[in-house]
Write a protein of this length. Structure first.
Lengths: 317, 343
């Protein structure tokens, strides 16, 4: 803050203020990470270690949580287990040490696959439809555009539980209940409102002159849209995709009310993982850890776009 | 500015119309040439679109999104409005519906439980927004000092908001366990209170704060991101001018930073407010509305009415009331936001 430090550039923060800022931000980041680190640690604990008093920070790591996550097990007598011969895998060995035998795969992997299909499918659809609509709103004179845009946003204000009742009735009529397609359409509809708002801000910033020049050169409006506008809007599309994916990947209320089996996603499934005597915390933690990975990778890859994406067009115009 | 653009685009479209006229003249002069043009057109859709007017072009772009919203959002909403005037029960979907007039609405508005839920929601929304805005803005301000490695730490801070609220709520139930939970042990380590002497989820006094803590942990990064975008949108030359005028840092903060970032802060408040008003997933899995009904926010009451008491018609009435309230408040708020933006 001394005049010496600020001499080279008046807006560059001083070294002391930077140091203080760094300390506080890093402290906050470390605190905020504690629950996440705990989830990962718990996933490598054995069930007794996970519920020890006081909580164990140092423990013997094991894959039991991951084994339990992917399998269903039945309790057997020690005589029966010894009669089975040598264990075929690590998981088999761990399960047998608890006097149990693997009975089959659990529902986690099918639920996880549902999550992948539904979240990525609806994100793709929402971003596609959203880009088209945002372009329409940005470039053409749409009657009542302002009202239509507010109407689009207001569809997000309805509590999901309330919308779920009629959607459930409607889907039953259409044969869409508990299907991946039904969930994709639903999540697309929820996300498309956000996508239109976000993307309109980005497309507004692309000068119209680019397309006009292209169209004078003989492109049709559609060609101009695909070859000129889309490449310019990739940052915005990426940012929008992150937000749509975070929503669709993590959604719980619709999923728990509208799906029960075939199309159930992972968020309603993970809390139902139970072991003997209550929730199997290492398996729950393992399920959570694996579930976080795709979205984390996706976000880290696109993190530069995230900051731009959040500056909604609503403010920037 | 807009008038100028309109004028320019007008000119442009007049020119385009002229071009198509020219083309149609050449087309009619020779059908063989016309066929050649048609074959040369890359996609059949493109050739059909070429003939469309600008207005129908607009609808071509907008209709798919609007149609989906109408089918999956608006149609169910209208259905819910219809159900709110009936005695519909979700466990008897095939029973004949009877119209009950406005009685669902009057019952909802006279139900003390529902007002209790509204109060719980208001408490939750107020404190989460206050804490998230204060912490989120402070963090954004500090990150904007652009110390070394700030991008890395920003990414780290963002992680909680990418998690599933349901899965997070479920796991925090584990962290809040009085005997084995990490949270109680950390509090005990810092304050010396024995870890099993308090129950975050079991006590009437603490449980509303348990859900506020988790929501704040999860969504502060979101508010921080929006605030950061706001701070980055302030051009450097304004600070340079202030520096030339020898305005103190304190003064710069209050008369430049805060007013210019205010529209962004207000936007963050709007989004968090709408989201937390309909909060369901995290609280359901963390407390389930308990103990008793101390953390029973509006959406949980809604679910209990619709799928546990099976008074689905009445639940729909409650949902419509909630929607109108949020819609109205958001509308007023957006007007205020626009006013702040124009200053």
């Amino acid at each position: 803050m001394s005049s010496v430090n600020t001499a080279h550039s008046v807006v560059e923060p001083s070294r002391t203020s930077k140091r203080i800022a760094a300390t506080i931000v890093i402290a906050y980041a470390v605190i905020t990470m504690i629950p996440l680190v705990w989830i990962v640690l718990t996933s490598f604990k054995s069930p007794p270690d996970s519920i020890s008093y006081p909580p164990k920070i140092v423990f013997q790591p094991t894959l039991e949580g991951y084994c339990n996550l992917f399998t269903t097990r039945t309790r057997q007598t020690p005589e029966y287990i010894t009669s089975l011969g040598a264990p075929t895998s690590t998981c088999d060995e761990i399960t047998r040490s608890r006097n149990m035998v693997i009975a089959g795969p659990s529902n986690y992997w099918p639920r996880f696959q549902n999550s992948l299909v539904i979240a990525f499918g609806s994100t793709f659809l929402a971003v596609s439809l959203g880009t088209l609509a945002a372009y329409g709103f940005s470039r053409f004179k749409v009657p009542l555009a302002e009202d239509l845009l507010f109407f689009i946003l207001s569809t997000r204000m309805m509590p999901p539980i309330a919308v779920a009742i009629p959607i459930y009735l409607m889907y039953r009529q259409l044969g869409l209940s508990d299907t991946a397609l039904g969930m994709i359409l639903l999540y697309t509809a929820v996300n498309v409102s956000l996508a239109v708002w976000l993307l309109k801000g980005f497309i507004d910033e692309i000068p119209r002159e680019y397309e006009e020049a292209a169209m004078i050169d003989g492109y049709t409006r559609m060609q101009a849209f695909f070859k000129v506008v889309l490449p310019q809007a990739t940052t915005g599309i990426a940012a929008t995709a992150i937000f749509c994916l975070i929503f669709a990947w993590n959604e719980y209320a619709f999923a728990v009310l509208l799906t029960s089996g075939a199309a159930q996603t992972a968020p309603p499934f993970i809390p139902t993982i139970i072991g003997e005597g209550g929730q199997d915390w290492p398996a729950v933690a393992a399920g959570t850890t694996i579930f976080v990975v795709p979205i984390l990778v996706f976000t880290i890859l696109l993190r530069k776009q995230l900051l731009r994406g959040i500056t909604f067009g609503a403010v920037r115009k | 500015m807009t008038a100028r653009i309109r004028e320019r685009t007008g000119q442009f479209f007049r020119m385009r119309r002229f071009k198509t006229q020219v083309k149609s003249v050449t087309d009619t002069s020779s059908t063989i040439l016309g066929e050649a043009v048609a074959r040369a057109t890359p996609a059949p859709i493109a050739s059909r679109i070429r003939g469309l007017s600008d207005r129908s072009m607009a609808w071509l772009f907008i209709t798919p999104a609007i149609a989906l919203l109408l089918a999956v959002n608006i149609f169910p909403l209208i259905w819910a409005i219809y159900l709110s005037f009936t005695n519909f029960r979700a466990n008897r979907p095939n029973a004949a519906l009877e119209s009950v007039g406005l009685s669902n609405y009057s019952r909802v508005l006279n139900d003390p439980n529902i007002w209790q839920a509204m109060q719980t929601t208001a408490h939750f929304v107020f404190w989460t927004i206050l804490l998230q805005t204060l912490i989120g803005f402070s963090l954004a301000y500090l990150i904007d000092r652009k110390f070394r490695g700030h991008a890395f730490w920003t990414t780290i801070i963002l992680v909680p908001m990418m998690l599933s609220p349901a899965v997070v709520g479920n796991f925090w139930r584990f962290l809040y366990q009085p005997q084995i939970g990490l949270f109680n042990h950390i509090v005990s380590f810092l304050t010396g209170i024995p870890p099993s002497s308090f129950e975050m989820l079991g006590s009437v006094r603490l449980s509303p704060w348990a859900i506020i803590i988790v929501d704040t942990w999860m969504w502060t990064p979101y508010v921080m991101l929006i605030c950061l975008a706001g701070l980055r949108s302030i051009p450097d030359y304004i600070y340079e001018a202030a520096e030339v005028d020898r305005a103190s840092l304190w003064r710069q903060f209050w008369s430049i930073t805060l007013p210019m970032a205010l529209p962004f802060i207000m936007l963050a408040v709007l989004f968090r407010g709408i989201e937390n008003f309909k909060m369901f997933d995290m609280v359901t899995l963390l407390t389930g509305g308990g103990p008793g009904s101390t953390t029973e926010v509006a959406s949980i009451t809604l679910k209990r009415e619709a799928f546990e008491s099976w008074r689905t018609g009445r639940a729909s009435a409650f949902a419509i009331i909630l929607f109108v309230a949020v819609f109205g408040l958001a509308n007023i708020y957006v007007k205020a936001l626009n006013k702040v933006k124009q200053r």
